[in-house]
Design a protein around this ligand. Structure first.
Ligand SMILES: Nc1ncnc2c1ncn2[C@@H]1O[C@H](COP(=O)(O)OP(=O)(O)OP(=O)(O)O)[C@@H](O)[C@H]1O
Ligand SMILES: [Mg+2]
Length: 409
């Protein structure tokens, strides 16, 4: 499945009927949009990420002949900014409803929960004012409507709740995509992807794409990397289990279930090996396996997850060089933790910087840049080595390297 396009883009629903799940929420929204919105002028769609909120607003507006004027609430740091963007829009919108061929416009404030922190004082009340003055439908979307500062907004809106997409629906969507993309996928593999996505269609489709990019075949084994990324066994717990395991198989299955960051985990294992093996030969053998694991980790990079089993095997061998000589020992934790904390913080900072640059150039919020743009930019840079894009976004060589190698966003 070599695609120059992200599948989430390719299969972005264009019609309401293509949006799976949340039938009640969809119906309520459509009723409201079609004009039965007498009680409330505005609507707030809320629920977990990647379930089709933004997709519904765009598909439904198109189907019913509305043009969407999008305003990103995360960009509106102040009342002034809200007024600058939205107020002229609302007054012109009111005129436009009489002149345009279309049914008129809808104002769409996506990600309103992005209005965060003290600096936004005024942002919410300005939006409420817009809702009150607007003569066109105002649509808002958010992930977490429980945030205190959104409470006043909830009073002026019809609230429509979205839920995670149920497993069977998600699996059949993945099956449909596989059919169209000529991927031969085992049912169990798709089931596993769907389960791991926790009902988030965007992340399920992204996982499907990254796991089947190389081959057109997808087995349950190929999707194992996902559960190891998602299950919750802490780093310390995994480390302890790693050293006390009795066999390669035991370690391997532990690693499959753990959510550790593999790069960090290799560092921790290396730090602790001398405490585990006092015999120099055993220690040397164990380091040898760790270095092999490290090579596999490098080959896996960001996409060759089917090599994960070799990585696990090599690392497991390091733990099981001499099971009979195991004695409980105190794990080295503070020094390595300091290093790794720095390291992961470095990764976060790097991603934040990149999202900031994308946001500034593309006029989108930080969160939109992260979810919708970063995967795109990463793909364009990886596949087409687009130097134009790199210089347009003013990305540094380190940032480009980071993007190309990153495997989670
Ligand atoms: N219910 C769905 N049916 C079909 N495809 C979907 C659905 N939900 C999400 N997708 C896919 O995921 C992508 C992202 O969906 P969308 O932007 O609508 O999510 P969202 O609910 O607005 O998430 P967020 O809260 O992060 O903004 C879509 O382009 C589409 O490919
Ligand atoms: Mg959205």
């Amino acid at each position: 499945m070599k695609n120059d396009l992200l599948l989430v883009e390719k299969y972005r629903p264009k019609k309401i009927e293509e949006i799976i799940g949340n039938e009640e929420a969809k119906a309520t929204f459509v009723e409201w949009l079609k004009g039965k919105r007498k009680s409330k002028k505005a609507v707030l769609l809320y629920g977990p990420p990647g379930v089709g909120k933004t997709a519904l607003v765009n598909a439904a507006s198109k189907e019913f002949g509305f043009s969407v004027i999008e305003m990103n609430a995360s960009d509106t740091r102040s009342e002034k900014a809200v007024n600058e963007i939205a107020k002229p829009a609302t007054s012109y919108l009111a005129l436009d409803t009489f002149t345009s061929e279309s049914k008129g416009n809808v104002l769409f404030l996506d990600e309103v929960d992005g209005i965060a922190g003290n600096e936004d004082r005024g942002g919410v009340s300005a939006i409420i004012e817009i809702v009150e003055k607007a003569q066109v439908p105002v649509i808002m979307a958010a992930n977490d409507p429980e945030i205190d500062k959104l409470r006043p907004l909830k009073k002026v809106c019809l609230l429509i709740r979205f839920h995670q997409i149920r497993l069977p629906l998600l699996i059949s969507l993945l099956q449909k995509i596989c059919l169209l993309e000529h991927v031969k996928a085992d049912f169990e593999a798709l089931e596993h992807i769907a389960q791991n996505s926790k009902g988030d269609v965007r992340s399920a489709i992204n996982d499907l794409q990254s796991l089947s990019e190389e081959n057109h075949v997808l087995t349950l084994q190929d999707t194992m990397a996902l559960s190891s990324r998602n299950k919750d066994i802490s780093q310390d717990e995994t480390l302890r289990g790693f050293f006390s395991a009795k066999s390669v198989e035991e370690v391997s299955s532990l690693l499959f279930r753990s959510s550790v960051d593999y790069d960090e985990f290799i560092m921790s294992v290396s730090d602790n090996l001398p405490r585990r093996y006092t015999n120099p030969d055993e220690l040397a053998a164990a380091y040898d396996f760790v270095s092999k694991a490290d090579v596999f980790r490098g080959r896996i990079g960001t996409e060759y997850w089917h090599l994960l089993k070799y990585f696990f095997n090599a690392l497991s061998e390091a733990a099981a060089v001499a099971p009979e000589s195991y004695k409980p020992f105190e794990l080295i934790s503070p020094p390595i933790r300091i290093i790794t904390l720095f390291w992961t913080k470095g990764k976060r900072t790097m991603l934040d910087g990149i999202c900031g640059k994308i946001g500034a150039q593309c006029h989108v919020s930080h969160s939109k840049a992260k979810h919708d743009f970063v995967p795109f930019v990463k793909m364009i840079i990886q596949k087409q080595k687009s130097t134009d894009l790199i210089s347009w976004l003013e990305l540094t060589p380190e940032e480009v390297d980071f993007l190309v190698k990153m495997n989670r966003y």
